[in-house]
Each structure stands twice: as structure tokens, then as C-alpha cells.
Design a protein around this ligand. Sequence first.
Ligand SMILES: [Zn+2]
Length: 339
Amino acid sequence: MKDIIEKIKDMAKKEINEASNIKVLEELRVKYLGKKGEITQKLKELSAVSAEFKPILGKLLNDVKRDIEELLAFQMETVRNLAMKEELEREKIDITIPGKRHVVGARHPLNIITNEIVRVFSSMGFSVVAGPEIEWEKYNFDMLNMPKNHPARDESDTFFISDELALRTQTSSVQARYMETHKPPIRIVSPGRVYRIDEIDATHSPMFHQIEGLIVEQGINMGHLKHTLDAFAKAFYGNETKTRFRPHHFQFTEPSAEMDMSCFNCGGAGCRVCKNEGWIELLGCGMVHPKVLDMCGINANEYTGFAFGMGLDRAAMQKFAINNLKLFFENDVRFLKQF
Ligand SMILES: [Zn+2]
């Protein structure tokens, strides 16, 4: 029996030393020390051994049992440490490896200009309103006092989608929509894309951008218009900017005017930007036509208002000294990231 016990001991040592994970070690514990384990079995067999050898074999068995327990505990610890080391190795971060570069885009010059203008008017209490780019004739023409025979409605100027629908030719359509659904006081600006049939060249495109503004309140007069737009020009182009108003004609305003500003580049002396005029045409404006107010459901005897509109593309070209409108729409990153 002694030989058998020694064999079991050797076998157990070998197996435990070779075990490389916790699960196998648990299985070995059951195999040798479990209820039906080999050592346990031998301890049970002791009762059949003669009194002479019982103490010797008993001591041997208990020594072997303790040896196996200690070995199991030691190997268990070793395996655990190894697993933890591997885990740490896997999670190691090399902070010397160069990071992945993220390419950050730039804002489009038209967006920069639009945001700047909106910021100026927001500070004067205007809110921003958007409208659809596919528009009913009713809002694009009728309610802006442009009757059926008006030249702006000509099919050679307007992208008609159906008899009654077109790509909007101006952001003024938003004014009509807003006045129809809101009661005065009204104070809004509306930037956006507009469309007119045109050949593409350095200063023309069938798609371009406008910003439109509208105030309707009690007692609004031409003085408010001039002061507001002069204040805008000074806030946007600098305090030294001068403005002048020239009489003009628009269907939806009466009286109407065009506003020029002194050239931001030369201050009025004459240069390439202002074509030696000293003045740059900035926007169109006027007092809202009483017929337009009436058509939108606003009592023209009680309320007056003024409206203005300016091209954003030309303003951006002037501000950033860009000489070709096409650059705005070509999406060339080398161009766009300059701003
Ligand atoms: Zn100039």
C-alpha cells in the first residue's frame, strides 16, 4: 500500500505542476482529495490495515494529503498571478504612439457672412425665420404685389415646377408667410437659398443666397428704416461706414430705395473693389406696400412696416476678396479651409 500511496503522490505532483488554469486545478482537487478522491479512498481503506502498520500508513497518507493541498494552493496562486499579468499586458497603453489625426473642417464663407449678419440683427431684436425653397406662386408673387402679368413671373426667369409651384426667386416669400400667420409687432430676418434662371459666370449663378428682413409695428416710418440699416452697415462693416439711399422701385414696397455704403476698402476714395465709385450697393429696401399688408391680413391703416433684402454671395465675395462666385459651390477643400 505504501508504494501505491507514493505513486499517487508522484502522479498528483506531476499533474498539479502541469496544470495551467484554475478549472484543471479544481478538477485535480476533486480527483485526489474529493469525497471519492484517491487519497480519501486510501484513508477509508486504513481500517482494514493491521494495527502494526496503521499508524505508519496513516501518517504517510496525511502527509501526502497535506503536501497535495499545499501544492494545489501554490499552483492556484501561480496560475492566478500569470493570468493577471497577461491581462495587464493586454491592456497596456503605449502613450508614445502618435495619435490618429482628425481632419476638422472650416465654415463656408457664406455661412460665416450669414451668421455675422444674423448676429447684428439679433442684437436689434430680430428673430430668424426659415421658409420652404419650393414655394407656391401665391407666396412668391401674388402676396408680394406681383400680379400675373409681372415680368418677374416670366418663365425665362423662374424655375417652375408646376403651374402653381416654383423654386422661390426671393426670400421675401417668407415675409408673406409670416405676416399671414403672425400678428404685429413683427421683427424677423430670413436667410436662405433662392433660384433664378441664369447663366453661370464669375458673378452669376442660378442658385444664390439672400437675407431678408421685415418689421411691422405701429408708427414705423422711413426714419426707422434708414436708422436701422445704417446701424447695421456700421456694425457689419465698421463704425466709419457711411450710407446713402437712392430712390428705386420694388413691387412690394412703397416708397422703395437702394442703400449704398461707402467702400469698406478705400473709405470712399475709389478703388478696384468699388470700381472707383467710392460707394458699394448693399441692399434694397422700402416701406411695406399697404396692399401687401392687406393681402396678408394686416390692417394697413393701423400698422406700417419696412422690409429689406440683400445678396449674401456678393457680400461674402466683397468681404473675403473672392473674385469668382463659382468657388462657393465647387466644394474644393483647398478653397474652403482658408476662412
Ligand atoms: Zn473702394
